[in-house]
Design a protein around this ligand. Structure first.
Ligand code: RAM
Length: 591
């Protein structure tokens, strides 16, 4: 069985990747696909994202479009216009650097380093720096914004420019280790450094590119023999659209739980800009999968419903010709469609809309976007064969997680069932059951296929692919899909967590689904333990914000071949606050 594409189909215009690693296809073809995917996933442009003042509207109030009166030609254009009208203004707040630090190797710590305090900012301002000197300042927390500082000089004459290298660190390792040589497969243009030439001293410098950081290393590349540089007033103009966290619990079960909540909220705060960005350092753009988890946490913290609504409109307005929404979209310089459809992301659009409706009761928006949600499911169901099994798509992809060895057959089967159920629930609350009645038979069929062909009753777990791979992903999504009874699902989840050979998640995105699956299966204590263990470990490693990828067994793991390019403030890792603030309770209305 060729999982990926029907036999005989020629290599195409597709960007493909090893969605189904057990596929029986020539290595050469798989390599080509990987190259193509890399080209597609890598986005060349790093845009300068100055905060753009725009009108913000409250709640789900009617929006006045700039061209009111002139009917926009298509619904898509109208949705993009609505999204733009909902673009929030960013508030810029200055924060000073709080001290000079130096990294110390900490072999046992997942971050690899701890920072030691070296001197105060006042002491730094008294020092002079020559070619080859460097120092690291600490801002005490993660910020997203614009670095500013004053460069002066002392000596005989400032007879040359001063050339500096600035390196921005979200974690100590970013500034403790050199960024180069860089061997990752995402563009090196993402690496968080800058060369700054200051021609005339003294000078106030503001770095025009937005950066995300707690630490900044300043290397003095060159002064001249006639002068030394001095540094003072180092600050960041921090930006976010998050506002005030209105959901902070009055008490926590322990200091660790308090810190996990705090770091989750900080992560979300930093990713909330003019859209829900996946990471303020990289990719700085809106992804469906990240949005879904950010929105959940947003409802129990900042309550910024308009930002969710803006993002829903952006995806709707930028859909592909066949009706699929792409996995990400761009905001700058103008709203633009992404390159790739990830089927698991696309079908979850309805789930985001359902969560949005539950949080806001904004029926009008939900009704308006209902056809988009339904279309994603209808298109994806074309990949389900007559036996009820999801089969590899011809030109689109499945994500689930960045774990390279993961076989995705069982997980996507679970995602399909789950998403059909979510759409049906949305149809029910919108009084559109007549449009979803037909899904019931399809759901039953997919469940039958899953229990018949993917459940190993002897082991009590789901298997995936021709090598019958056992993974956390398969159990998580099958549990969320409600394929087994709650006790059996809980048993499969706890069983897989105890199987050393089972394929584990690499990212907090999949860990979220594991926790959610435990909650949905009634295994609340295990869900709590997993959050404490996984996210708690990042907190204990000194994280100010949660990371894009974290493998406790291999803390340097990166989906992109180099930890220098990882994002250490990543949206999809913010959901512990959602679980904490909802008391690890099942969502009302879920099966
Ligand atoms: C990466 C980003 C993003 C994620 C996609 C699939 O590029 O980290 O968060 O949604 O992958």
């Amino acid at each position: 069985m060729s999982w990926y594409r029907p036999a005989g189909r020629p290599p195409v215009d597709v960007i493909a990747f090893t969605l189904f690693p057990n596929t029986v296809e020539p290595m050469e073809l798989m390599m080509n696909r990987r190259e193509l995917l890399i080209k597609a996933m890598v986005v060349a442009s790093c845009v300068k994202a100055w905060p753009s003042p725009a009108k913000a509207t409250g709640g789900a109030a009617p929006i006045t479009l700039p061209d009111a009166g002139m009917a926009p030609p298509t619904p898509q254009k109208r949705w993009v216009a609505l999204a733009e009208a909902l673009k929030p203004s960013l508030v810029e707040v200055p924060y000073p650097a709080i001290g000079v630090v130096e990294p110390a190797i900490a072999r046992d710590a997942p971050a690899g380093y701890v920072m030691r305090q070296r001197e105060s900012m006042d002491a730094l301002a008294q020092r002079t720096f020559n070619s080859g000197d460097s120092f690291i300042v600490d801002f005490g927390n993660h910020y997203t914004g614009y670095l500013a500082f004053h460069v002066g000089w002392s000596g005989k004459s400032s007879d040359a420019p001063v050339r500096l290298r600035l390196t921005f660190g979200e974690v100590p390792g970013d500034v403790a280790e050199p960024l180069y040589p860089y061997k990752g497969w995402l563009s090196a243009s993402w690496l968080p450094d800058e060369i700054v030439n200051v021609d005339f001293l003294p000078q106030q410098v503001r770095v025009p590119r937005r950066h995300a950081f707690r630490f900044v290393k300043i290397d003095v590349i060159a002064t001249s023999d006639n002068f030394s540089a001095t540094f003072s007033d180092i600050s960041v103009g921090a930006v976010s659209s998050a506002g005030v966290d209105r959901g902070r619990p009055a008490r926590y079960d322990s200091p660790l739980w308090r810190d996990i909540d705090k770091v989750s909220i900080r992560t979300l705060h930093e990713c909330m800009q003019t859209s829900f960005e996946d990471g303020p350092r990289r990719d700085r753009r809106l992804w469906v999968g990240d949005l879904r988890l950010q929105a959940l946490t947003n409802y129990v913290s900042f309550g910024n419903h308009d930002l969710v609504r803006r993002c829903l409109y952006l995806f709707a307005g930028l859909q592909r010709d066949d009706g699929y929404i792409t996995a990400c979209v761009y905001e700058q310089p103008a709203p633009r469609i992404g390159e790739v459809v990830l089927i698991d992301y696309a079908v979850l659009y309805g789930s985001i809309l359902l969560d949005y409706y539950r949080a806001t009761k904004d029926k009008q928006t939900a009704l308006e976007l209902w056809p988009i949600a339904k279309r994603q499911i209808d298109l994806a169901l074309k990949n389900v064969n007559e036996k009820g099994m999801f089969t590899a798509p011809e030109k689109d992809f499945v994500f689930i997680d960045w774990q390279e060895s993961l076989d995705k057959q069982a997980a996507i089967q679970g995602v399909m069932i789950y998403s059909c159920r979510q759409l049906t629930a949305l149809g029910d609350v919108l009084d559109l059951s007549s449009e979803t009645d037909a899904y019931a038979a399809g759901i039953e069929k997919m469940i039958r296929a899953a229990t018949r062909d993917l459940f190993d009753a002897r082991q009590g777990v789901f298997i995936s692919g021709k090598n019958r791979q056992v993974s956390w992903a398969s159990q998580a999504w099958m549990a969320l899909a409600g394929v087994l009874s709650q006790p059996l699902a809980a048993a499969s989840l706890t069983k897989v967590m105890g199987m050393p050979a089972a394929v584990r998640p690499l990212t907090p995105y999949l860990y979220h689904h594991m926790v959610d699956a435990l909650v949905a299966s009634g295994a609340r204590a295990e869900a709590r333990r997993l959050v404490e263990d996984y996210w708690g470990r990042m907190v204990n490693a000194g994280a100010d914000t949660f990371w894009e990828a974290f493998d406790p067994q291999n803390p340097s793991a990166s989906p992109y071949g180099s930890k220098q390019i990882n994002s250490y403030c990543h949206a999809w890792s913010c959901t512990p606050s959602y679980f904490i603030r909802t008391g690890f309770a099942k969502t009302k209305g879920d099966k």
